[in-house]
Write a protein that binds this ligand. Structure first.
Ligand code: GLA
Length: 385
């Protein structure tokens, strides 16, 4: 338990516990969450761990002291009474933002020491930020002796990211980290915030999931994400609906004169539809080729994200193309875009060929070799020690 060891080393005592929050991959529904639509993420085995204890001695005042194995040079100590958005920058803004959001929601956070470790690659589109928020949220609420319903904790963690860190993300990532179940994908209706667990076990059906970190870094804060969001809001306004979720007939999108807004809306409306189609396929256990169909939908979604929503990037396009040519049932970029990871579904027997095809394509172009990650639908955030 590396977070435990880090805590001992940095704070000179034992933590009261260790909490783990997973990253996520998203099976279907990209850029649909902030349009009040549907998403279908699943939690990964990899995540962020936080070892924590209430501060004692000289640190006992209302201070939150944070250190991270991945950022060894920046231990950060903040005054819980003086926290305000914009005041903490860098990685520590996420955990500090959670303390701020908890206090803003009326929970008193005790002075605490938190040591953080992660086995999730940062910038790979696998929600390392949400995992950091959610691990911190579980640690701090446990130390405070309060149990907050998961749905409320999602709101608090998201508020930390939106208002304290200042990134205008939707509700998918925190929901996935806090509400997924092993062996399932999480169907989340981002309008009602209702969730359903959908059995998702590709291995049992002879299929394999392959997660490829293309190593092209993504940064959500660089403005493109916010621009897409604004375009979707403008499209909804021109169509006279509260959000693009309300557009259920794809033909309605054609009423938009502006070609860019039309493309953006077309992606969102189609991806919402694809989420529901994947859910139907997963629930129809009688259909032997459900995974072949899901694969087809994945590739369709990639084309839509590349051509209509315009958030893909060269490494993702090349990886998808290589995997399909090598026998994958389907593949697509996941997450916000402009870098990050690709998710593929392949018959288990062709997994090695598919993987080798990506490696070869990247080598031909002299790109940094891709990283392959396992992607078995795992459990949500929890206490691990
Ligand atoms: C990022 C955001 C999510 C979601 C995805 C795109 O991961 O954090 O809220 O909008 O991009 O689907």
């Amino acid at each position: 338990m590396r977070a435990w060891a880090l805590f001992l080393e940095r704070f000179g005592g034992e933590p009261e516990g260790v909490w783990l929050a997973p990253g996520r991959a998203n099976l279907m529904g990209e850029h649909t969450d902030y349009n009040d639509g549907f998403v279908l993420p699943f939690a990964l085995g990899q995540g962020v761990t936080a070892a924590a204890a209430v501060a004692s001695g000289a640190l006992a005042a209302r201070r939150l002291t944070l250190c991270s194995r991945q950022e060894p040079d920046t231990a950060v100590s903040v005054d819980l009474d003086g926290l305000a958005p914009g005041q903490v920058t860098g990685w520590a803004a996420y955990p500090a933002g959670v303390a701020w959001a908890l206090e803003a929601a009326g929970y008193r956070v005790p002075g605490a020491c938190v040591a953080i470790d992660s086995d999730l690659p940062v910038g790979a589109g696998l929600s390392s930020s949400a995992a950091l928020e959610c691990a911190t949220a579980l640690a701090l609420t446990s130390l405070a002796g309060v149990e907050i319903p998961r749905a409320d904790l999602v709101t608090i963690a998201r508020r930390a990211e939106n208002e304290f860190v200042g990134v205008p993300t939707g509700v998918m990532d925190q929901s996935a980290s806090l509400r997924c179940q092993a062996g399932h994908a999480l169907l989340l209706d981002c309008r009602s915030l209702e969730v359903a667990q959908v059995p998702f076990d590709p291995v049992a059906a002879g299929a394999a999931l392959l997660l490829v970190n293309t190593r092209a870094r993504h940064a959500l804060s660089d403005g493109e994400y916010g621009r897409r969001r604004a375009e979707c809001e403008e499209a909804a306004r021109r169509l006279g609906v509260p959000s693009l979720r309300s557009v259920t007939d794809p033909a309605d999108v054609d009423r938009l004169d502006d070609p860019v807004l039309r493309r953006r809306a077309r992606h969102v409306v189609a991806d919402d539809q694809r989420v529901l189609e994947v859910v139907t396929l997963l629930r129809s256990s009688a259909d032997v080729d459900a995974y072949g169909e899901i694969g087809r939908l994945l590739s369709q979604a990639h084309a839509s994200l590349r051509d209509d929503f315009e958030v893909s990037w060269p490494e993702a396009d090349a990886a998808v193309e290589a995997m399909l040519a090598a026998g994958a049932a389907g593949a697509r970029m996941i997450g916000g875009g402009f870098g990050g990871s690709v998710l593929a579904l392949a018959p288990a027997a062709s997994l090695d060929t598919v993987r080798d095809a990506v490696t070869a394509t990247f080598a031909e172009r002299a790109w940094t070799p891709p990283e392959f990650l396992s992607a078995a639908p795992a459990d949500a955030a929890r206490r691990v020690a």
